[in-house]
Design a protein around this ligand. Structure first.
Ligand SMILES: C[S@@+](CC[C@H](N)C(=O)[O-])C[C@H]1O[C@@H](n2cnc3c(N)ncnc32)[C@H](O)[C@@H]1O
Length: 294
């Protein structure tokens, strides 16, 4: 059993809440995907379909489409089957599939998971497993096929680890910062620096890539904590995503970045500034890319 399946089983009750929360969040990706959905070819594969909310949105938008959902998590697929979902459902690891032909392949919030749960320790939390997935994607589509990706995005400033200062509006919430420092799996083998400097008055200085990973976990709340500390969201920068697609024979057509969801949630809970106390601009958290197989 893969580490991710194990985590989902151990936290079965939390996993249901997590799926529900994910369903709310995906409304944003649905908004991002539908207008850029490819209109050529009927066969669409939603990799890591989870609760299937994107599949339902796609079928309402395009009744002619032949929709397939693939997920590593059997429970998510069982839920869909019990509800009589009119899609082909495949249980398995995307990297291990070896058949099927699809005109469009959608990866909504899954490629960072493929990177974070890579069984080869030395490649975990890197762009390598993402490139493996893109190579696999290339194998299962004809020339002219489309790939759509929604995932986390890192920034150049984060990579240079420029520091920022965070304080919490809710008393006691700074505990989450220290808990995350202890628990996040990505520190020992990535460039994410885990240092926290206590500046007094409830203000803490941290590097921006630390902040990015912490904010992603903090936003998703306690029920997702056990998963989120195992996942690195900002694995690739925008340039990195484009490079990974180009390296694997895709031409990038559209790139959209967003941060609204995080800004809305976090502005009630934290104050973040630059080290000179000037207002901090939230970094882009999510990127949507559309690319065509050359
Ligand atoms: C964060 S959820 C995203 C679900 C949905 N696509 C969305 O946007 O809301 C990631 C999903 O990908 C699945 N997943 C992760 N790694 C996978 C892999 N290697 N093969 C197939 N599914 C995978 C997980 O089980 C989970 O349901």
């Amino acid at each position: 059993m893969n580490r991710l399946e194990e985590l989902s089983r151990q936290n079965r009750e939390n996993y249901e809440r997590y799926l529900k929360r994910m369903t709310e969040s995906i409304r944003n990706s649905t908004k991002g995907f539908l207008p850029i959905m490819a209109r050529k070819g009927k066969r669409i594969l939603d990799v890591g379909c989870g609760s299937g909310v994107l599949l339902y949105a796609l079928s309402a938008e395009n009744p002619e489409a032949e929709l397939t959902g693939l997920d590593l998590n059997a429970e998510a697929l069982n839920g869909l089957r019990e509800a009589g979902a009119p899609f082909t459902l495949i249980h398995g690891d995307f990297l291990a599939i070896n058949e099927g032909k699809y005109d469009t392949v959608v990866f909504s919030s899954i490629l960072h998971e493929i990177s974070s749960y890579c069984p080869e320790e030395s490649r975990r939390f890197t762009g390598g497993p993402i490139e493996d997935a893109l190579r696999k994607c290339r194998e299962i589509m004809p020339a002219g096929g489309t790939v759509l990706i929604r995932d986390g995005v890192g920034t150049e400033e984060e990579q240079q680890n420029v520091p920022a200062v965070i304080s919490f509006k809710k008393p006691g919430d700074s505990e989450w910062l220290f808990r995350f420092q202890k628990d996040f799996r990505g520190f020992d083998r990535t460039d994410v620096c885990c240092e926290i400097t206590d500046l007094g008055d409830g203000r803490y200085q941290v590097g921006r890539s630390f902040l990015k990973e912490f904010l992603c976990t903090y936003t998703w709340g306690p029920e997702s904590y056990a998963r989120e500390i195992c996942e690195r969201f900002g694995v690739l920068t925008e340039r990195g995503w484009i490079q990974a697609l180009t390296n694997n024979g895709f031409s990038v057509e559209t790139v959209t970045k967003s941060k609204e969801e995080y800004e809305k949630f976090l502005s009630d809970r934290v104050v973040i500034t630059n080290t000179d106390a000037t207002p901090y601009e939230y970094p882009y958290m999510t990127v949507i890319l559309k690319a065509e197989k050359r």
